[in-house]
Design a protein around this ligand. Sequence first.
Ligand SMILES: Nc1ncnc2c1ncn2[C@@H]1O[C@H](COP(=O)(O)OP(=O)(O)O)[C@@H](O)[C@H]1O
Ligand SMILES: [Mg+2]
Length: 283
Amino acid sequence: MEEQIQGLRQLIETKETLVNSKFISIASGKGGVGKTNFAVNFAYTLANEFGKKVLLIDADIGMGNVHILLNMNPEKNMKHLLNGEDINDIITHVKGFDVLFGFSGIDSLIELEDLAVHRILSGLDKVSSQYDYIIIDNGAGISTKVMSFLRASNKAYLVTTSEPTALMDAYALIKSLNRLYGYSKFKIVVNMCRNKNEEIEVFEKLNNSTRKFLDLNLSLAGGLSYSKNLQKAVENKAIVVEEFPTDSYSLDMKRIASIEVGEPIKEENPNFWEKVFTFLKRG
Ligand SMILES: Nc1ncnc2c1ncn2[C@@H]1O[C@H](COP(=O)(O)OP(=O)(O)O)[C@@H](O)[C@H]1O
Ligand SMILES: [Mg+2]
């Protein structure tokens, strides 16, 4: 069985057409599937295990909880950027990577003068160029905000569990992005796996549907084990890869990060922020 799984994984990996990319969105159809834990632990692992310069952005409007996992009470967030403060004073360095908290102020974007938008864009562009990876933790579902970030990203890590509702919602998100915008750069993360087969089984279920109904092949990023230590870490406002580096979740995370780091860099993504802002404004 183990061999079969390895074989399948290789098959999936050789079909891999995605490339190493800077702007990575983390998304899910349904909430509570482990998206924020994935985003924070992925950022930590890329930074501390692979020496990458990482900026993590909490774009889960109204529900953002990156700061809770990081045990922080941030004074500055995106709103301060819109108010004209220097982006370097807003970004917080924590646990080996940088974080930009909260996007709640983005609603006021419509009322901003072009000059202000331009200043914000150039601030974001300038800092973005300093990072190897910009990881964006999005809210669940199919809002315009989520879609705007996803459409502009080089790659979308879509987190799901084996639960039928999570899979249905993941499919709905993929379908919307694909049908409306032709977006196809999905990597599937199967979270809370209770055994080795689960990651392949769940991935195949989703991929069979997208192949059949959307003519779209997904990529498998990998599975993440169900982890009591992750829950313990969350309760202690800590993160599992730091607190329990040998936990199976942490080892799974390393595997997913090493695949990301190993993907060749081919794709440039100029004007990422301009795209996001345009999509946010026009829908
Ligand atoms: N791999 C896992 N094993 C066990 N529990 C998990 C795992 N991933 C997430 N959880 C649980 O799910 C909860 C919600 O996770 P979170 O990352 O906040 O989800 P989301 O951002 O998708 O809403 C966590 O607080 C934790 O209790
Ligand atoms: Mg979340």
